[in-house]
Design a protein around this ligand. Structure first.
Ligand code: ADP
Length: 613
């Protein structure tokens, strides 16, 4: 079966430490924002305005105390109070707009990235899919890309906003009293190191949590998917899987508890500092206000200034803390982009060369010319395989398991490229043809065909989306499945169930054959099912296959006597080489591997029943 042997690609749990931020990397990230630069500019502007509006209320309070109340101006007081209501309303409204713009930029960037990522993964060759865990791909397409949205609306917007808030606030504090401001700032460096450290530990835990979550989702996917569920059930491993899940789950819980506790003490101290800081201002400012009032100096530090100053200082708490750790967030965000770029940059091993030729209607001559191939560098699987199948003829591949039959089949539909030699269609190297023309010329029916969880009609139409109802029914008839489908309560609209589990093996195969008939390829690669069906089902399949093979070039991994008897040539594949070739009678007469296989596989296994009597 094609793609049956796969290596387990483990989730990369120990990711490399964050790479240093490069200019090229930033530029590349920036490219995703370029289409939305107008919205981005507006967001920056509104963030500046809201940050500016934030410093207004402390000054209104100052004016209320120092001017309106001190001088007994009721009218001014009314105006100031109205302003105290209007300013936050304005800030709030602008904030709503900013959030909308921000979210829409984030979502658009995410939309673009997700599409690009999926398209890039789609282009990959089979080698990639057999080596990568599906759960990991799902996690990249879903989680990593969603992370980007948080980066845009959280990290980047937060960075800009905090910078504005801190600059505005500091500016205003300086304008009130530069000495006091300098004093407040002098204490900041004490917090820099611990804040950063805590931030880093947090990040680390967050990363570990994400990895755990990814592991858990891949576990869920594997063990709760239909095939996995079947395996677990039939091996009676429910208990084991429950324990395994519980283990992962416990680890996740531990990490999350640590995550919520890390730096809690430290943050408590910072919080106390910030809450207590106004006391210092009141002490210093209060005394100055007293002495200034006595001396009646022109630039007196008034009660209003103390109030305004403490209010400003309190506003700095969150933004300063966030700015102290922002580089950790930025690094994490870039790591996220990096992971996505890694996948975007994957070069498919099978790809269309520039100027590839489209083949309008293939004649169907398939040839292997000294083809050698290895899945992994050190272990060659095919050694100089050569053969030719003339248009419309059938060649059967037989041989012991692991000999290389499926690999030959996979090379015909260009799932892989040979390491040396060439696979040709109508005497043209497959690598010189467009991927599309190869795909439309070569059809594959595997032992265990895949059906999408959709209606039978949709599964059939997958082969030829524009096909008419009459074509669909004709194909189903040819594949001996029409009567069965028509007899179902929902007919062609019947859902086949996850991977087609609601159909019997024989029915599923016939649906797959109907699908191939509808596709109508010139060349057919067929992996005959090994599992024996009851004779009626077997007869239906045989008839369906006869319809499918009629007039097409076929390369069949044969398990039935009827097939080898019908083949123009039989290739006996062993150890990656064609060790014998010819028609049945001749090979049988030689008394070598084929005759042995014949005795073991075709006759002894009771397959003689298939042979026309
Ligand atoms: P057959 O179809 O005759 O049973 P295959 O072509 O499936 O043989 O396999 C030939 C050899 O290639 C085997 O040794 C098998 O283990 C190896 N092989 C098949 N598929 C892969 C793969 N995706 N990655 C690595 N090795 C593979």
């Amino acid at each position: 079966m094609i793609g049956h042997h796969w290596m387990r690609g483990d989730l990369d749990l120990d990711r490399k430490p964050a790479k240093p931020v490069t200019r090229a990397m930033l530029r590349r990230v920036g490219r995703y924002f370029r289409p939305y630069w107008k919205q981005t500019a507006v967001v920056v502007l509104t963030l500046a305005v809201t940050a500016g509006l934030g410093v207004v209320p402390p000054f209104l309070a100052k004016a209320v105390i120092d001017q309106a109340i001190a001088r007994g101006e009721g009218g001014l007081l009314n105006l100031l109070v109205i302003a105290m209501v209007v300013v936050p309303i304005a800030g709030g409204l602008i904030g709503v707009g900013t959030t909308y713009l921000n979210a829409s930029i984030g979502q658009r960037v995410m939309f673009d990235l997700r599409n690009e990522l999926y398209a890039s993964l789609r282009r990959q060759g089979m080698r990639f899919f057999t080596h990568t865990k599906a759960g990991e791909l799902v996690s990249r397409v879903n989680n990593d890309v969603s992370g980007i949205e948080t980066v845009v609306t959280g990290t980047i917007a937060g960075l800009v906003q905090n910078t504005f808030v801190v600059s505005w606030t500091l500016g205003m504090m300086f304008s009130l009293d530069w000495k006091l401001t300098a004093l407040s700032l002098a204490i900041l460096p004490l917090f820099v190191y611990p804040t950063r450290r805590v931030g880093r530990i947090r990040r680390d835990l967050a990363r570990r949590r994400q990895q755990r979550v990814a592991r858990m989702s891949s576990l869920v996917e594997e063990t709760l998917g239909v095939s996995g569920a079947l395996l677990v059930k039939t091996f009676g491993r429910d208990r084991y899987e429950i324990d395994r899940f519980s283990d992962e789950n416990r680890q996740l819980m531990g990490i999350q508890i640590r995550e919520s506790m890390v730096g809690r003490w430290f943050f408590m101290i910072i919080q106390v500092f910030w809450s207590a800081a106004p006391a210092l201002v009141w002490f210093y400012g209060g005394h100055r206000a007293i002495s200034d009032a006595a001396s009646e100096a022109s630039n007196a530090f008034t009660v209003g200034s103390v109030v305004a100053f403490t209010a400003l200082q309190t506003r700095m708490f969150m933004p300063v803390n966030q700015l102290l750790t922002v580089h950790v967030d930025v690094q994490a965000a870039l790591a996220l982009f990096e992971r996505i770029f890694e996948y975007l940059d994957l070069v498919p091993d099978v790809r269309e060369r520039p100027g590839a030729i489209p083949l309008a209607r293939a004649e169907g001559r398939v040839a292997f010319d000294r083809v050698s191939f290895a899945y992994r560098e050190d272990s060659p699987v095919l050694h100089g395989v050569s053969f030719e199948v003339p248009p419309g003829r059938m060649t059967a591949l037989v041989g012991p398991s692991g000999g290389g039959k499926s690999t030959i089949a996979a090379l015909v539909s260009r799932l892989y490229d040979p390491d040396s030699g060439a696979v040709t269609l109508d005497r043209r190297d497959l690598r010189d043809l467009t991927l599309e023309s190869v795909a439309s010329a070569v059809g594959v029916v595997s032992q265990d065909p895949f059906l999408f969880h959709a209606s039978i009609r949709d599964n059939l139409l997958y082969a030829r989306p524009g096909a008419s109802d009459a074509d669909v029914v004709a194909a189903a008839r040819a594949a001996q499945i029409h009567e069965f489908v028509a007899g179902l309560p929902d007919g062609y609209e019947t859902l086949v169930g996850e991977r087609g589990y609601r159909l019997s093996g024989g029915e599923k195969q016939r649906v797959a054959i109907a699908r191939a008939i509808l596709k109508d390829p010139r060349v057919l690669v067929l992996d005959e099912a090994t599992s024996a069906l009851d004779s009626r089902a077997e007869r239906l399949i045989q008839r369906a296959l006869a319809e499918l093979l009629r007039g097409r070039t076929a390369i069949v991994i044969a398990h039935r006597l009827s097939t080898v008897l019908a083949a123009g040539e039989i290739l006996v594949v062993d150890g990656g080489r064609i060790v014998e070739r010819g028609p049945h009678e001749k090979l049988l007469a030689r008394g070598e591997l084929y005759s042995r296989l014949y005795r073991e596989q075709f006759s002894a296994a009771g397959r003689l029943a298939d042979a026309p009597s």
